[in-house]
Design a protein around this ligand. Sequence first.
Ligand code: TRH
Length: 366
Amino acid sequence: MPQSIFKKQAIFSWDIFCRVVDNFGDIGVAWRLSADLAHRGHRVRLWVDDASALSWMAPLGHPLIQVLPWSNHPLAHPDIAHEARPMQAVIEMFGCELPDSFQQAMKSSNEKPIWINLEYLSAEPYVERMHTLESPVLHGTAQGLKKIFFYPGFTHQTGGLIREQSIQTSPSFSFQSKHLKIFLFCYEPTALDPWLKQLNQMPVHIELRVTQGRAQNALERINTCDFNNIQINNLPFMTQELFDQQLRECDFNCVRGEDSWIRVIWAGKPFLWQIYPQDDGVHLQKLESFLDLFKAPQIVRQAHRVWNNTPKTTHLHPFKGLQMPELTPANLKVWTDWVRVVQSDMMAPKDLTSQLIDWTTKSRLK
Ligand code: TRH
């Protein structure tokens, strides 16, 4: 472990609470954050109601991270009997409510833990306004304590993004390649079928690497028998490290949700992001905010609008009837140049883990 880190930042112990609502993003982000803290020498207790995905996402765990089951009485867990008190900093991920008994224990601690609610990532302007707002708890078990709302984000006025000190980006690739490797991690985009038909007509050979779960299920519902130009490779579930490596290896990446959205930018290859779809269409605003913030070129905007159009939001979608732009060398070059600019802009603000540590240090000195 680099000694310089110890000199620069205080070391804390953290309780991180996570409820898995759906898919892999909740636990994916919770694990990335826990691992990043642990790599910097911090101790983490990760409380999660469904840890099953960690068996493939992070099978080796980390000696400084203890994964514990969510319960109404977390501090009664026998594995922590000698330390049955809240840690110095407590994070509730994405507004999951801390168990009452834990809130009670926080309130009765001699040294009150720093209580942070870590929110979902968005490029929308409200994030800068809301970041680090404090909210005194006025009712209930934790009355008298205060929570800090921490908003990850893309600008200097936000909490930043998870970016490990060992982050790897990929070398540039040849746009003239006769073989295009495409990574597919998605929900069920309506545009998948027509897009595959378009790819099948391309003058270069396509290797489609399809992730396990919803992406493979979506592909199974499509008739792929006539695809003579696309080789489909179904991937097994893999660790986050291997997942990131795939993003660096492939020439074009389709990702979704929250965590892979950021990893694909660190990988620096052209990408298509499928935002988690919501029936009322609010996700489309979030998508547009991202495209606007980073001044996405026309083909990137068009591709994202097509990819994120769903039957339920068609009436809201401003660009109905658009086609997916072709992955020609010229388009891939524009796309890659844009991603590289986004990547370099996103490297500028301080990363999320450092900001959480700084905030906790400052709050404890008050
Ligand atoms: O799984 P997701 O769609 O999660 C989403 C988002 O978090 C979204 O914000 C939330 O509201 C919704 O769920 C309920 O996509 P995401 O966020 O990219 O998380 C996927 C994680 O799974 C990421 O950490 C990468 C990891 N992963 C692997 O490590 N190996 C694998 O083989 C696969 C398929 C995924």
